[in-house]
Ligand binder design. Structure first.
Ligand SMILES: Nc1ncnc2c1ncn2[C@@H]1O[C@H](COP(=O)(O)OP(=O)(O)OP(=O)(O)O)[C@@H](O)[C@H]1O
Ligand SMILES: [Mg+2]
Length: 277
């Protein structure tokens, strides 16, 4: 069987934030590609540029150098082919669950009968049938995050970009949401890029994991997760799974230490300079 086509690709992507004399190099020379229907994760130390990377992929901010392409076409702004799921659910408290899911469709001028039916379909998919008329404050954190995912799915994007979508949830809800996301992905076959700090989440869900270096984020390595599918949560307790965890932890730990060492050097150099002046 031939490989699915490349859905999303970055070439030489770099980003430096500048404010007057101050500048932060967030990303350096990232080239990677993702095939249609693939589930990939990005992991790396805090501050290594993961959110920045995802925002560039979505077209929310421009790269300083390099390019992003979806289906071979350069991305310059957000588009209906991509949906972004943020860490905070961002639901509008004055709108019902259904009206929140419809929001993305309204922006695209589709609040007709089929649009509403679609919203209900996606709410069913995330297990929220019967809650259409509730308001966000009447839901648990996990349920709100499900609405958030339904809202992203309702615009029928090809690509879901997810930035730590389960970070605010407790450990048990998080596990359930991981299994739910797996099920939804299997049902919809979207191309997914997930950012997470939970290595087990990345291993459980992904076909491939991109490990970033400490800032400036570069692609340190790419790990193919060769665990059979379908996967279930009990797989997390197998030796094969633990080996992936261990390997990725070590790669990230190396980067955290290296990042700390560089920061110490910078601050001691500043200290020496200010003592000399
Ligand atoms: N809008 C901005 N203006 C200036 N600097 C920024 C901006 N956004 C991010 N940065 C800087 O870019 C670097 C990377 O930030 P980013 O939020 O992408 O990291 P991250 O890997 O998502 O971190 P975390 O894991 O903590 O969420 C940081 O040093 C941050 O200060
Ligand atoms: Mg982030």
């Amino acid at each position: 069987m031939s490989n699915p086509p490349i859905k999303l690709a970055t070439t030489g992507l770099s980003k430096t934030f500048r404010k007057g004399d101050f500048q932060v190099e967030a990303l350096r020379d990232i080239s990677l590609s993702i095939r249609e229907g693939e589930f990939v994760s990005v992991v790396g130390a805090s501050g290594c540029g993961k959110t920045t990377f995802l925002r560039i992929l979505d077209g929310l901010i421009p790269a300083s150098a390099g390019a992003v392409a979806v289906d071979g076409k350069t991305v310059v702004r957000p588009g209906p082919d991509r949906a972004f799921v943020f860490q905070q659910d961002g639901l509008m408290p004055w709108r019902t669950v259904e009206a929140n899911v419809l929001f993305g469709l309204e922006i695209r001028g589709r609040v007709d009968g089929p649009g509403r039916a679609m919203a209900r379909d996606y709410l069913r998919m995330v297990g929220l049938s019967g809650f259409e008329e509730c308001y966000p404050h009447e839901l648990s954190g996990g349920m709100r995050q499900r609405v958030n995912i339904a809202r992203a799915l309702a615009v029928e994007p090809d690509i879901l970009l997810m930035d730590e979508p389960f970070a605010s949830l407790d450990a048990q809800t998080r596990e359930i949401m991981q299994a739910e996301l797996m099920r939804i992905w299997q049902e919809t076959r979207k191309t997914v890029m997930l950012i997470t700090h939970q290595i087990d989440e990345a291993v459980f869900l992904s076909d491939r994991i991109f490990v970033f270096t400490a800032r400036p984020g570069r692609l340190k390595t790419e790990i193919v997760v060769d665990l059979p599918r379908p996967r279930n949560l009990s797989m997390k307790r197998t030796a094969g799974f633990a080996q992936y965890l261990d390997r990725i932890w070590r790669l990230i730990e190396e980067e955290v230490r290296e990042g700390m060492r560089r920061e110490e050097q910078t601050s001691s150099a500043q200290h020496t300079r200010s003592a000399a002046s």
